[in-house]
Design a protein around this ligand. Structure first.
Ligand SMILES: *Cc1c(COP(=O)(O)O)cnc(C)c1O
Length: 354
């Protein structure tokens, strides 16, 4: 049987379960995977169309140099410090392929983004997440004690929405021998970010995605920021043409017009505060969020988390429920949609509570 030749690590793993992507044409408001409800500024679709008009015959720039150049300007870094990926998930894969041999430890504070476990298993590594500390603080001692080669910190974290103090991330970098990956998928919705920590911490990698704040999830674009020496190693690991030409065109246009995204990001942040307030009024327990989603504990009552998920789906609203994770029982992660989508969701909740 050919299946016996499949690597044991692959046979024994489950594979990642992405958030549900409903069939096209189905009328449902997607508030389950933290996509941006607003369109991209027109300059970006124009750049993609221009690229398409030039034809698709030739290979794209292998190292995504135009994107690195634009990102260097946008973020005040040098292009040698930047790695571009086919989504930030590609950057995460490259990181683990760069660092993790069979048996090496990867850690993080959990609950968090579950792809890290899947990617570690693929490398034959050992995934050893530790619980968040008191008041959701970064459990620095516990993380350091795992002696991990790679430690992930998601800031703001998903699905909790909280952001640990940057000085704790700096302390973790100082005390850990391995690499610290600061996953900043949601940083544009937060008040601050960790890019300036790169100067003093050569073991730090900061990752970003265009899927959330930039409304470009379909394009698959991610960024990694790190020391030039580390970036040179990772360029050897990535696929030689890992970002296609259309994605590169979109990424350059987006980085050249960051200001155009600011009003949309501001609207999402305002809607987030409104949504938190409105959910609290309806009996949900909702902590503050620094991302484009909220984590709401359902009110006491006969409806379970799974019931809420299914009943809201019937009402036309898809949210995320991580029922198999004990710490997240009874909590719904709800992406912040447009003003209209948030109002619609609240009306649906009112109907269910009636
Ligand atoms: C969405 C998300 C990603 C993945 O981003 P892509 O660029 O779409 O691959 C990575 N990390 C976290 C924490 C995320 O929430």
């Amino acid at each position: 049987m050919v299946l016996q030749s499949v690597r044991q690590a692959v046979r024994e793993m489950h594979g990642y379960t992405p958030g549900e992507q409903p069939k096209q044409g189905r009328k449902i408001v997607k508030l389950n995977t933290n996509e941006n409800p607003y369109p991209v500024p027109e300059v970006i679709t124009e750049a993609v169309q221009e690229c398409l008009a030039q034809g698709l015959r030739k290979y794209p720039e292998p190292s995504s140099w135009p994107v690195r150049n634009a990102a260097a300007k946008a973020y005040g870094l040098h292009e040698d410090q930047i790695l571009i990926g086919n989504g930030s998930d590609d950057i995460l894969t490259i990181i683990l392929r760069t660092f993790i041999n069979e048996g090496d430890v990867v850690t993080t504070a959990a609950p968090t983004y579950s792809l890290y476990g899947t990617l570690t298993q693929l490398q034959g590594g050992r995934y050893q997440p530790v619980p968040w500390g008191e008041d959701m603080s970064l459990p620095i001692d516990a993380l350091v004690a795992t002696k991990a080669k790679v430690t992930f910190v998601v800031r703001p974290n998903s699905p909790t929405g909280h952001a640990v103090p940057l000085k704790d991330v700096a302390e973790l970098c100082q005390r850990t021998k391995g690499a610290v990956i600061l996953d900043e998928a949601y940083a544009d919705f937060c008040e601050d970010n960790g890019i300036s920590l790169l100067t003093d911490h050569p073991n730090l990698v900061v990752t970003r995605t265009f899927s959330k704040s930039f409304s470009l999830a379909a394009m698959r674009i991610g960024l990694g920021f790190m020391s030039p020496e580390l970036a040179a190693q990772m360029h050897k690991v990535r696929d030689s043409y890992n970002v296609d030409a259309l994605a590169q065109a979109a990424a350059v246009a987006a980085l050249d017009s960051l200001d155009a995204f600011a009003p949309y990001i501001a609207r999402i942040k305002a809607s987030r505060e409104h949504l938190i307030e409105a959910l609290r009024k309806r009996g949900f327990d909702v902590p503050p969020s620094h991302a484009n989603f909220v984590l709401a504990t359902i009110p006491q009552g006969k409806r379970t988390g799974t019931d809420w998920l299914n009943d809201l789906r019937k009402e036309g609203y898809l949210v995320r429920y991580f029922g198999n994770i004990p710490e997240l029982a009874g909590k719904l992660r709800i992406s912040v949609g447009s003003e209209e989508e948030c109002e619609g969701l609240l009306a649906a909740i009112d109907r269910l509570l009636d």
